[in-house]
Design a protein around this ligand. Structure first.
Ligand code: PMP
Length: 427
């Protein structure tokens, strides 16, 4: 079965041929490949072609695909059954591990996706404060919950529907969007609406309008604003958690949120999310308190085993230093290639995540990111794909490295970039 044949079959039965929009390659053109297997830094499609993978299942695979430690943990767990519907020991160890590694997480609730985590965190913020409004940032993506599909990033931005049909106006009106990295705009908004805002949710490093780090003092400024106005500060660390540092972006920038959400890496590749934070807030969640949130498969024993094995791996000494150094090798290398070819290009990187932009400007805002040349990105993406390098198939997604990416993999990637950059510019 070829990629094309599979996509033809898929398109008849799955909207756009996929189960999650950006996978369809719609904005970059062409058809997606179907992965048959993955190992370390590589994916192999059903036709046997190998790709160096900078998507990493959109973040979870920080130790590389099919890591033996994670696979063995899952195999052991599976032998004892797939789901129990009662508490299981892995949930307790997971809660102990997360709260130890991320001190702002005094209590935690496991869920099944990042979307569930953010929806639940917002309900908690509203329930705990008795307020209705929430603040989010243009170009930030927090899953597909109704409250978040307002000026959203990721696929919503890629496909030009940042505010989705189907979200009731009454709901969208409660979401107040702000420009990212603009503290003054936040101050003005809080001066007007502060007493009605339950929570402010932010990707502490934006990763869904490509990769944009917070400017110095920005997160601290938001922390002060939220404290002054009795608004809960929610860090959506679904992407940044255990990615930019062991303790997430909150450890890297030294800012303590009231609530945080996690996903991706904590599931080791299984469908897992989590939210948590201050104890007196989390004690308001059912059945300890009245704010309802539940899940048939939440805390699933196999998922806990995978996540715990992954969290074990990232605690190895020097893990994040090595990852950051390799990421730098890649972004500096790509910059040198682009400079050599006279291609307008800039990069961002934080820990093991990075962004590539076809523009001369250093990108620090949504306006900058969306002003970069997406047509040039698309040509670059296709040229790299042809040469066996898989980048995120959208100009508005961050890229990810894993500890399995070797110096040789990066050298091969830069060789491919050398051959591709000139063509990307020529158009
Ligand atoms: N928050 C952020 C920051 C994300 O990047 C994502 C997904 N990429 C989500 C939430 C939603 O997670 P999920 O796709 O698991 O629902």
């Amino acid at each position: 079965m070829t990629n094309h044949e599979l996509f033809q079959r898929a398109r008849k039965l799955l909207p756009g041929g996929v189960n999650s929009p950006v996978r369809a390659f719609k904005s970059v053109g062409g058809e997606p490949f179907f992965t048959a297997r993955a190992d370390g830094a590589y994916l192999w499609d059903v036709e046997g072609k190998r790709y160096i993978d900078y998507v990493g299942s959109w973040g979870p695979m920080i130790a590389g695909h099919n890591h033996p430690k994670v696979r063995e943990a899952v195999e052991r767990a599976v032998r004892d059954g797939l789901s129990f519907g009662t508490p299981c020991p892995g949930e307790v160890v997971m809660a102990e591990t997360i709260t130890r590694l991320v001190p702002s997480m005094e209590m935690v609730r496991m869920v099944n996706s990042g979307t569930e985590a953010t929806m639940s965190a917002i309900r908690l913020a509203r329930g705990a404060t008795g307020r209705s409004k929430i603040v989010k940032f243009e170009g930030c993506y927090h899953g597909h919950g109704d409250s978040f599909l307002v000026k959203a990033g990721s696929g919503a931005l890629t496909f030009g529907v940042p505010t989705s049909p189907g979200v009731p106006a009454a709901n969208a009106d409660l979401t107040l969007p702000l420009p990212y990295n603009d503290l003054h705009a936040a101050e003005l908004l809080f001066a007007e609406h502060g007493s009605g805002i339950a929570g402010l949710i932010i990707e502490p490093v934006a990763g869904n309008m490509n990769c944009i780090p917070p400017q110095e003092g920005y997160l601290q400024g938001l922390r002060r604003l939220c404290t002054r106005h009795g608004t809960l500060l929610i860090f959506d660390e679904v992407m940044t958690g255990f990615r930019v540092a062991l303790g997430g972006a909150q450890a890297l920038y030294g800012v303590k949120p009231d609530l945080s959400t996690f996903g991706k890496i904590i599931g080791g590749g299984m469908p897992v999310g989590a939210y948590g934070g201050r104890r007196e807030l989390m004690e308001q969640i059912a059945p300890a308190g009245p704010i309802y949130q539940a899940g048939t498969l939440s805390g699933n024993p196999v998922a806990m085993a995978a996540g715990l094995a992954m969290l074990e791996l990232v605690q190895a000494p020097g893990f994040y230093e090595t990852l950051a150094a390799r990421t730098r090798l890649l972004t500096d290398g790509l910059q040198a290639v682009a400079d050599g070819e006279g291609v307008p290009f800039s990069t961002n990187r934080v820990g093991g995540m990075f962004g590539l932009f076809f523009t001369h400007e250093k990108v620090s805002s949504y306006a900058h990111a969306t002003a970069a040349d997406t047509a040039m990105f698309n040509r670059f993406f296709q040229g790299m794909l042809e040469r066996g390098i898989f980048l995120a198939p959208s100009a508005f997604e961050a890229g990810f490295l894993s500890s399995a990416h070797s110096d040789d993999d990066i050298a091969e990637t830069l060789d491919a970039a050398r051959a591709t950059m000139r063509l990307a510019r020529a158009g």
